[in-house]
Ligand binder design. Structure first.
Ligand code: CIR
Length: 252
């Protein structure tokens, strides 16, 4: 059960963040509006939401998820894989240390929170352009210490593991075709995304509610069969910066 979320407002320079998207340049006013709606949605689910100010030196810093992973036992502060994002974690550690013991991933290990998918006490850790083996093993050792299990998953498409796979409750994964047959995900029920709706993979389960991105009707229909409450949010501007729903908060 999540009770808290950390978020950060996007700064005026957010469009200078890293992106591979060929969508048009994002709009600041619309981004602020969509981010505000995101915070409201988290609050409506009863979470205490911490809203940090933008970090002018880090245009991607509102994608706070990448800076930490919080389990019921520990907060792991990451070493973000993108050179331009290293340092975003510095302001997150003191905040989380009020709630959990904190442990930091050490170089040469790199890890982005977007590559860590928590399913109860089992964790999938994506090996991607951002998160390397060393980072995954460091995290894995920390998780094991607290009685959790983990598996590494190669991320050969998409930016992060959670750009492609998310847990939607009831032993079910929302997953892109490319990942659906991986051994690591055997034993789960799967909702496989249509090719045209793959960005909807980045769906966020908060307690008994699914927050889903707007504009993916086939995925919505499939998710409705799970019987959870659904909140649909427009994240068009974050998507232009390769981000989505999970990226904009740290839940615990
Ligand atoms: C980046 O490339 O790092 C950002 N523009 C997007 C990060 C998205 N974060 C996430 O999926 N957890």
């Amino acid at each position: 059960m999540f009770t808290h979320a950390i978020t950060r407002k996007p700064g005026k320079n957010f469009a200078q963040g890293i992106t591979t998207s060929d969508l048009e340049t994002p709009n600041y006013k619309l981004m602020v509006k969509q981010h505000g709606a995101y915070i409201q949605a988290l609050k409506s689910l009863g979470l205490e939401v911490i809203v940090l100010d933008p970090e002018p030196d880090f245009p991607d810093a509102y994608f706070v998820e990448d800076t930490a992973l919080v389990t019921p036992d520990v907060a792991v502060i990451t070493n973000p894989g993108a050179e331009d994002r290293k340092g975003e974690e510095d302001t997150i550690e003191p905040l989380l240390s009020k709630h959990r013991k904190t442990i930091c991933i050490q170089p040469p290990g790199t890890l982005d929170g977007g590559d860590v998918l928590m399913v109860d006490t089992h964790f999938f850790i994506g090996i991607s352009e951002r998160s390397n083996w060393e980072g995954a093993e460091q995290l894995g050792r920390i998780l094991e210490k607290y009685g959790n299990s983990w598996a590494a998953v190669p991320v050969n498409s998409g930016l992060h593991l959670k750009s492609c796979v998310n847990f939607v409750g009831d032993n079910t994964l929302l997953i892109t075709e490319d990942f659906a047959d991986l051994n690591e995900f055997k034993g789960f029920d799967k909702i496989i995304l249509n090719k045209e709706e793959e960005p909807a993979a980045n769906t966020l389960l908060i307690n008994d509610c699914l927050i889903i991105p707007k504009g993916f009707p086939d995925t919505r229909n499939k998710l409705e069969t799970l019987g959870l409450d659904i909140i649909e949010l427009d994240v068009s501007e974050a998507r232009k910066m390769d981000g989505g729903l999970t990226c904009m908060s740290i839940r615990f």
